[in-house]
Design a protein around this ligand. Structure first.
Ligand code: PHE
Length: 357
């Protein structure tokens, strides 16, 4: 090959190898192989040569062009590869970084107790019903065998609503107990019935253990062969599961509710001095219960000769305070995040039946 071509090949090869960016390489390509490039110039010059000389020179120049083209392409591949590697390094996301310490929030103890109660009764085959906070006084009292003059109405410190306009011409009340939903359920469903009713309730009362708004869970079971023994077994199982004490002493004590007959208050064993549940020799009243009164069944169109059932009701705040040693009920509603952080529950650890057992 002619010396000038040898020199060009060496210089051009060095320049291509030295190009340190795709832009610099492109400049080299244009300088060598572009329209006015040096190799293009050599090819153009072939036109003015004698045929013999042109043949040899042409082959050499074309050989040089092919060699340079190949050198440029392989340099381009190297530069593209390193550009990609640089980008991957720069845009890398470090998934090993620890999470920022953000608080996931907490489940309020009242919600937590409701979840636990639902899990325990759910395992006994109960399903959940709900009803309105504002009730017609027939659902709250009348249908529950509490006539207008009955002292139980005064005992419940009911809020009557003047402006709400009533319902079917009857006074409207903020429901003082969830028992109203017993009536709604018996009117709209046919037995067998096995439900619990968690929800808000209202009474005009306010101190360390009473709040004008509080929560109850009602229970109702109706069937053709339901006895007091079912009531007892159901509630003993519930209380032992809820407190996580398989041997928790449970006592049934005769009592009175207009809507059940017979009626029973349910007590659990505890130590009054230390507050320890399941220990000591004292009894603590924990819920009300009884066999659904025949008048209540009849009021709901259920034949008391064919069907019986039992009902129970309990205060959620009280159950929560006892289980977690919370002394003042008013703190439940103050939304103090320090209190919630201390007494709240992780949303990542949902209530389950087995946990308390
Ligand atoms: N409703 C009653 C109360 O609020 C509790 C209860 C419910 C008692 C069902 C017996 C049966 O005190």
């Amino acid at each position: 090959m002619a010396d000038d071509l040898d020199n060009l090949a060496v210089a051009a090869g060095a320049a291509v190898a030295a190009a340190d960016s795709l832009a610099a390489l492109e400049d080299q390509r244009v300088a060598l192989l572009g329209k006015n490039g040096s190799v293009t110039g050599l090819l153009k010059a072939l036109g003015g040569m004698e045929p013999e000389a042109r043949k040899a020179r042409g082959a050499a120049v074309n050989h040089l062009k092919a060699a340079l083209t190949e050198a440029i392409e392989s340099r381009r591949a190297v530069l593209e590869q390193s550009a990609l590697a640089a980008r991957l390094a720069a845009e890398r996301i470090d998934i090993s970084a620890p999470p920022r310490p953000e608080s996931p929030g907490a489940i309020h103890p009242i919600s937590r107790t409701m979840d636990e109660i639902a899990a325990i009764f759910g395992a006994q085959g109960f399903t959940i019903r709900q009803g309105p906070d504002v009730e017609d006084d027939w659902f709250a009292f009348g249908a529950l065998n509490i006539p207008g003059h009955h002292p139980a109405r005064a005992m419940m410190d009911t809020f009557y609503l003047r402006a709400a306009g009533g319902h079917n011409g009857r006074p409207a009340v903020l429901r003082p107990h969830t028992s109203a939903v017993q009536i709604r359920t018996m009117l709209s469903e046919t037995p067998p019935i096995r439900i619990i009713v968690p929800g808000r309730t209202f009474r005009s009362d306010h101190d360390a253990t009473h709040s004008p708004m509080f929560h109850q869970v009602e229970g109702l079971v109706i069937g053709t062969d339901i006895t007091l023994a079912h009531l007892k077994g159901c509630l003993i199982d519930f209380l032992r599961a809820y407190f996580g004490l398989p041997d928790l002493p449970v006592r049934f004590r005769a009592s009175y509710f207009p809507f059940t007959e017979p009626s029973m208050e349910v007590d659990i064993g505890w130590n009054r001095k230390t507050g320890e549940i399941g220990a000591g020799t004292d009894w603590l009243e924990i819920l009300g219960s009884g066999m659904v009164h025949a008048n209540v069944l009849a009021n709901c169109g259920i034949d008391p000769g064919a069907y019986q059932g039992f009902a129970f009701g309990m205060g959620i705040e009280r159950l929560t305070m006892l289980k977690h040693g919370i002394a003042d009920l008013r703190l439940f509603y103050e939304s103090d995040t320090r209190w919630l952080t201390h007494y709240g529950f992780s949303p990542l650890n949902p209530a389950s039946l087995t946990e308390g057992l």
